[in-house]
Write a protein that binds this ligand. Structure first.
Ligand code: ATP
Ligand code: LTN
Length: 332
């Protein structure tokens, strides 16, 4: 029998999860467990690159786990774990730091963006973040890494580092592919359609745990465009706000842009915006309700992350031992 292909991804528990995280990443992970051996984790070590309130970080980490499960990731079939519970991430991260070049790290867009945003705290972790991310990935020898468009550059760097290591020491790591969804790969902020939807612009950001009335309010206030035609037409160049709403609606309903244009033909944005709001509310309702139910059961969550760390640790340890041996460290 062929072995299953492996899929792996992670999200930083640096705040509440939002619609961009869901459509760009988590939705794309779901229901793959029959086909793939799946690993999904809370990237809590990565979150330390930006100052956090400790109690909030703990809360966000557990909330994220509850949302993963509520989004359909069955912990029996998927390995769900907390990054810091599997110490091999930090250990391989150090080794890969020594095989990642200063020039490569300097070119990373996320580093440039975050150092502009946090000019008072441009720390070493923020700079070497991609080596830790490469370790997260390569420990599990995955075939695919499902992420939103903004993470593609990090997965490409991971491939380069893996290839470099393999060239030096022989076949060690599988070279992973980024796996980017066709719709939803880059959801833009509802009130600033030139920036990606992100928790740092909360008014333009729909959080997965938002109440329906808050979601509807955000959509009603969404920026469309200032042209006089006021028709629902997909044109990201001249109508980025409308194109973004159409992408969201397409991702929620499975309809094509042409179908959406026909559906709202002759109707203005006054009808379109609340329709998108309703589609999002209905898509998120079961997720929110289920996540709240799971969050109330702390013992269950604890059992899930303990079990996940044990399963992940077993696989991670095999790769780490191989790497330590290849680079010349004395076996324990
Ligand atoms: P920050 O707000 O700090 O930039 P974030 O909200 O972008 O963080 P990440 O942890 O960086 O969250 O991203 C988690 C996953 O969600 C990644 O796979 C990323 O590609 C995806 N993602 C994040 N924002 C969006 C977005 N606006 N559209 C599509 N995918 C997104
Ligand atoms: N860098 C990602 C989070 C992340 C990740 C990973 C994603 C950390 N390690 C491994 C995929 C695979 C982010 O900021 N969204």
């Amino acid at each position: 029998m062929d072995e299953k292909k492996v899929m792996l991804s992670g999200i930083q528990p640096s705040g509440e999860l939002h619609l961009g995280n869901y459509l760009g990443a988590i939705k794309n992970w779901g229901a793959r467990a029959e086909e793939f051996d799946c690993y999904y984790f809370m990237a809590d070590l990565h979150t330390l690159t930006v100052r956090q309130v400790p109690a909030e970080l703990r809360r966000h980490t557990l909330e994220q786990l509850a949302i993963y499960i509520a989004c359909g990731l069955d912990p029996e079939k998927n390995t769900l774990f907390i990054q810091s519970h599997v110490p091999q991430h930090a250990e391989l991260g150090w080794v890969l730091n020594c095989y990642t070049m200063f020039g490569e790290l300097s070119r990373m867009t996320q580093f440039k963006d975050k150092s502009a945003k946090h000019a008072e705290n441009i720390n070493g972790g923020l700079f070497t973040y991609p080596s830790l991310m490469a370790a997260d990935i390569l420990l599990y020898q995955p075939d695919f890494v499902p992420v939103g468009e903004d993470q593609k550059q990090h997965v490409e760097l991971t491939r380069d580092v893996a290839q470099r290591f393999n060239n030096l020491y022989g076949e060690t790591f599988k070279i992973p592919e980024p796996y980017i969804p066709k719709t939803g790969a880059r959801i833009m902020s509802l009130n600033a359609p030139d920036s990606k939807m992100s928790k740092s612009i909360p008014e333009g950001c729909v959080f997965l745990m938002d109440k329906p009335e808050d979601i509807q309010r955000k959509f009603k206030r969404a920026i469309t465009d200032s042209d006089t035609e006021h028709c629902v037409r997909y044109d990201p160049q001249t109508k980025p706000g409308v194109a973004n709403l159409m992408s969201i609606y397409a991702a929620c309903t499975g309809r094509s842009f042409a179908e959406i244009e026909t559906e709202f033909d002759g109707q203005g944005y006054g009808a379109f915006k609340p329709a998108v709001g309703d589609a999002v509310i209905e898509m998120l309702r079961p997720i929110r309700e289920e996540a709240q139910r799971i969050l109330a059961d702390k013992a269950y969550l604890e059992q899930v992350y303990r079990d996940g760390a044990q399963r992940a640790g077993y696989v991670a340890n095999k790769t780490l031992r191989k790497v330590y041996k290849k680079v010349g460290l004395v076996a324990r």
